[in-house]
Design a protein around this ligand. Structure first.
Ligand code: NAD
Ligand code: DAU
Length: 339
C-alpha cells in the first residue's frame, strides 16, 4: 500500500504520517508538501531516513510535478491535508486560499483519475457548516447541515468539498471526506490559538483574546483525528462525508485561563483585542455517524491532552522558537541544498 500524504510537513499531516508509519509499518508513505510558511521539514526529521518514507517538495497546484510523482510512485491512496489553513490570513489575502485549497484539490483528483487509485480522501473542516448560535446548545453540525460559510478560508474548503463530491458523481472517483473540529497537540503552528497562547505566556507576553473571548470551539486531540482518518480511508463508504469531533466545547477565554493555570502565569496577561471580522460564534460536531458506522470515539480527554500539549511545547522550545524567529525557513535550504 502506497499513500501520498499532501501537507505532511504541517500540523495534522505530520501527526498523521507518524501515526501511519507506526500503525502500518508495511505501508509506503510519500509526503508531498510545498513547505509554505506553515510547513516545517524539521518536524519530519525523525522519519526522514525511514526506507518506507519519502519527502517530495512540490506544490499540489503544479500539475506536472503531481503527475510525475504519480508516475514514479503509483499510489493506492491520496490523503489531502495540503491547504492554506489560517482564517486570519484568509481575511487579509484570500487569493492563495482559492488557489491551493480549490485548484490544488482539483489537480490532485485529476491525477487520481488519470493514474487510478483506490481512495482519494479530502481532509475538510467543520467550518464549512458556518457557525451555531451561543444560546442554542442543543444544536450540532451533522453531515446533513447545509454548507454555509463565513470566511474566505471556509469558503475555499467548502468549494473543494463540492468539487470532491462532483468528481465522485461525475467520474466515479472513489472519494471520502472528513470534516473535523479544531485540533490541538504537538507541532501545531504557533500562530493558532493554543500554541500562540502557550508561547506568549512562556515569554510573559500579552495573551490576545479576540472580542470578548466567548466564541466556542470543539477541541479534539490531533491523534484522535489521525485515527479517524485511518478508519475512514480503510473502512469508510466511498462518496460519504464523516464528521469528526469529540463533544469538547470550550469558550476561548476558558482555554486561555487553563493555559495560564497550567503554566503558573497570571491572568493579567490576558488582553482583549479587536474581534476577527465575521468571527464564527460556535462550532459543535455531532460525531454519531462515524461512531455508529466505524466505531470511532475520541480517546484523549481534554484535561490530559492539554497537559500533554503544554509539556510538548515546554520540551520542544527550539521547534517553535525557530518558527517565531523565522529561522526554520532556512532549514530546507540548509539541509537539502547540496543533497
Ligand atoms: P497547516 O497550515 O499546519 O499545514 C498545511 C500544510 O500544507 C503545510 O505543511 C504547508 O506547507 C502545506 N501546503 C500549503 N499549501 C500547499 C501547496 N500548494 N502544495 C503543497 N503543500 C502545501 O494546516 P493543518 O492545521 O495541519 O491542517 C491540515 C488540513 O486539515 C487542512 O486541510 C485544514 O483545512 C484541515 N483542518 C484543520 C483543522 C485544525 O484544527 N488545524 C481542523 C479541521 C480541518
Ligand atoms: O474548526 C476547524 C478549524 O480550526 C480549521 O479548519 C482551521 O484550519 C483551524 O485553523 C481552526 O480555525 P480557528 O479559526 O477556529 O482557529 P484559530 O486557532 O485561529 O482560532 C481559534 C479561536 O481563537 C477563534 O475563535 C479565534 C480565537 N483567537 C485566535 C487567535 C489566533 C483569539 O482569540 N486570539 C488569537 O490570537
Amino acid at each position: 500500500m502506497t499513500i501520498i500524504v499532501t501537507g505532511g510537513a504541517g500540523f495534522i499531516g505530520s501527526n498523521f504520517i507518524f501515526h501511519m508509519l507506526d500503525s502500518h509499518p508495511d505501508y509506503r508513505i510519500i509526503c508531498l508538501d510545498k513547505l509554505t510558511y506553515a510547513g516545517n521539514l524539521s518536524t519530519l526529521e525523525s522519519v526522514m531516513d525511514k526506507e518506507n518514507f519519502r519527502f517530495v517538495k512540490a506544490d499540489i497546484c503544479d500539475r506536472d510535478a503531481v503527475y510525475k510523482l504519480f508516475e514514479e510512485e503509483h499510489p493506492d491512496m491520496v490523503v489531502n491535508f495540503a491547504a492554506e489553513s489560517h482564517v486570519d490570513r484568509s481575511i487579509e489575502d484570500p487569493e492563495v486560499f482559492l488557489r491551493t485549497n480549490i485548484i490544488g484539490t482539483a489537480v490532485l483528483m485529476d491525477a487520481c483519475r488519470k493514474y487510478g487509485i483506490t481512495r482519494y480522501h479530502q481532509v475538510s473542516t467543520d467550518e464549512v457548516y458556518g457557525d451555531l448560535p451561543l444560546d442554542r446548545p442543543d444544536l450540532f453540525f451533522t453531515e446533513q447541515t447545509p454548507i454555509h460559510t463565513s470566511s474566505p478560508y471556509s469558503s475555499s474548503k467548502a468549494s473543494a468539498d463540492l468539487l470532491v463530491l462532483a468528481y465522485h458523481r461525475t467520474y466515479g472517483l472513489p472519494v471520502t471526506i472528513s470534516r473535523c473540529s479544531n485540533n490541538y497537540g504537538p507541532y501545531h503552528f504557533p500562530e493558532k490559538l493554543i500554541p500562540l497562547m502557550i508561547a506568549n505566556a512562556l515569554n510573559d507576553k500579552p495573551l490576545p483574546v479576540y472580542g470578548e473571548g466567548k466564541n466556542v470551539r470543539d477541541w479534539l486531540y490531533v491523534e484522535d483525528h489521525c485515527k479517524a482518518i485511518d478508519l475512514i480511508i480503510h473502512n469508510g463508504k466511498v462518496g460519504e462525508v464523516y464528521n469528526v469531533g469529540g463533544h469538547n466545547e470550550k469558550q476561548n477565554i476558558d482555554i486561555v485561563r487553563i493555559i495560564c493555570k497550567e503554566l503558573g502565569k497570571s491572568e493579567d496577561l490576558i488582553t482583549f483585542v479587536t474581534d476577527r471580522k465575521g468571527h464564527d460564534m460556535r462550532y459543535a460536531i455531532d460525531p454519531t455517524k462515524i461512531h455508529n458506522e466505524l466505531g470511532w470515539l475520541p480517546e484523549t480527554k481534554f484535561a490530559d491532552g492539554i497537559k500533554r500539549t503544554i509539556k510538548w511545547y515546554l520540551d520542544n522550545k527550539e521547534w517553535w522558537e525557530n518558527i517565531i524567529s523565522g529561522e526554520y525557513q532556512d532549514y530546507y535550504e540548509k539541509m537539502y541544498k547540496d543533497r
